[in-house]
Design a binder for this molecule. Structure first.
Ligand code: 5GP
Length: 119
């Protein structure tokens, strides 16, 4: 069982911001932006490039966008995916990082956004 499956099963606590039959989104335990949420498909794959079905990839990003806009109320945000350990992936259950909530014009914003998911 992956760490995120244990969150889905409520074996581990998390702050869930969205859930439907196919996806869950919850706050990252180590936020690297004022708002940092992970959007996770319940259908487990180890990494993004294992998902070969374009519709499944589409649903993942469609859901991440809906969570960012509707659940989190973000107008501007960054979506990021680390694909593989060499890119900073630590949890091998595909997920999209949703990062946002910076003040407009914040000088730190760009730096924070770029460094946010480097681990
Ligand atoms: P990755 O580096 O694999 O792209 O991102 C994994 C993310 O999962 C990291 O940002 C990390 O902070 C987060 N994370 C790791 N363990 C937990 C946990 O137990 N609960 C939550 N909510 N997030 C976690």
């Amino acid at each position: 069982m992956t760490l995120f499956e244990r969150i889905i099963a409520r074996e581990l606590p998390s702050t869930i911001v969205f859930e439907d039959t196919d996806f869950i989104a919850f706050k990252d335990i180590n936020p690297r932006a004022p708002v940092h949420v992970l959007c996770v498909p319940k259908n487990v794959s180890r990494r993004l490039d294992e998902i070969t079905d374009a519709a499944e990839l589409g649903r993942l990003f469609e859901t991440a966008i809906r969570v960012a806009r509707d659940s989190l109320g973000l107008k501007d945000y960054r979506l990021a995916v680390n694909v593989g350990a060499g890119a900073g992936q630590i949890v091998f259950h595909t997920h999209v990082h949703i990062l946002g909530g910076w003040m407009e014009g914040d000088a730190e914003m760009h730096h924070a956004a770029m460094a946010a998911v480097d681990g």
